[in-house]
Design a protein around this ligand. Structure first.
Ligand code: PMP
Length: 338
């Protein structure tokens, strides 16, 4: 094994029962019309490697994203694309910077690529603090999620442009941008060829099981990074199902509307727990020093959430899940008042 391999954490998925509000998955059920169309996806050609399905998928996603198909690369989730781009861009000992907190996999892929991962020590979501860290360490690559995971905070286009002007490569991970598409950086890509956007069908599109993510960048950058992709990295069946869903332009609007409404309800529901950061994604971050106590309380009522050192992250869920959360809050309230 590689030296220090133990410092790379293993990701072990767990089967959960109850309500999973811990992974920001979609809670909007796929409409019957789409389920019906998906059942008609052809099972001929399972013996051959996928080619035409991927061409069709790129065409559909290019239309959705307002880019050209040659500006896209498809991956087995945006996770795989993070792995590929870090291998493509980074040499050993290069510096990589991300805000703090941000998506935990950034540090892991950096480490796998033998580069050094740095985050601001204090005020890790302040633009000033991030820029100070960038000027100090002169990284080759900056990675940031927008909206930010886990808080839902947005970086402005001006902030992203300033960061892009100071580094060779900037990855803007737009895993949750479908919930607030007018804030996407995709419209600015033409002015900033060193910016790479990541997207996924795992969140607003409700297709986490298919494992489909997209890289959007300048066609020349795609051509360079594409050399680091394994030949047939995405299943043709997944691509064909995804294409059916993408071609129904009403579905994404319905899903976004549902999640934004459910997030607003959740905001009202969770007020008693603590201060909330305004979120445009399908989750909320609530600041509390008792994050693990709260996670246990939710779990006692069948709700899985994520506990962080100074807060909890709860994904937007269904009204049914909210009834359980309300029961939990009533219980806590009555114990505190007794
Ligand atoms: N980026 C961010 C910010 C995420 O939150 C996630 C999933 N939690 C991913 C990337 C990876 O998503 P996927 O591999 O399913 O596309």
């Amino acid at each position: 094994m590689r030296r220090n391999y133990q410092s790379i954490p293993r990701y072990v998925p767990h089967e959960v029962t109850g309500f999973a509000l811990n992974q920001n998955e979609s809670q909007f059920e796929l409409p019957e019309r789409l389920k019906q169309e998906i059942r008609n996806v052809s099972l001929e050609g399972l013996n051959s490697y996928p080619v035409s399905e991927l061409i069709a998928l790129k065409k559909s996603y290019a239309t959705y994203a307002g880019v050209k198909p040659n500006q896209l690369m498809v991956g087995s989730g945006s996770d795989e694309l993070l792995a590929i781009l870090s291998q493509a861009i980074l040499d050993a000992e290069d510096q990589v910077i991300a805000p703090a907190p941000d998506f935990s996999m950034y540090g892991i892929y950096t480490q796998i690529a033998r580069a050094n991962f740095v985050q601001p020590q204090t005020e890790g979501l302040s633009f000033e603090s991030l820029m100070k860290t960038i000027k100090e360490h002169e990284p080759k690559l900056v990675l940031l999620s927008n909206p930010n995971n886990p808080t839902g905070k947005m970086w402005t286009k001006e902030e992203i442009e300033t960061i892009a002007a100071h580094v060779p490569f900037l990855v803007v991970d737009e895993a949750y941008i479908d919930f607030t598409m007018q804030d996407s950086f995709v419209t600015e890509l033409g002015y900033h060829p060193n910016v790479i956007i990541l997207r996924t069908l795992s969140k607003a599109f409700g297709l986490a099981n298919l494992r489909i993510g997209f890289m959007i960048a300048d066609a020349k950058v795609i051509e360079q990074i594409d050399r680091f992709r394994s030949p047939f990295n995405v299943s043709g069946l997944s691509a064909a199902v995804a294409t059916v869903v993408l071609n129904d332009s009403d579905y994404i609007k319905e899903s976004v509307r549902f999640h934004n409404e459910q997030r607003d309800k959740l905001e009202t529901l969770l007020q008693p727990i603590g201060e909330m950061i305004p979120s445009r994604a399908n989750f909320l971050y609530i600041k509390t020093d008792e994050s693990h106590v709260w996670a246990e309380r939710f779990l006692d009522h069948g709700i899985h959430i994520r506990a962080f050192s100074d807060g909890i992250r709860v994904s937007a869920g269904t009204d049914e899940a909210y009834t359980h959360i309300q029961n939990m809050l009533n219980e806590v309230n009555s114990v505190e008042n007794s």
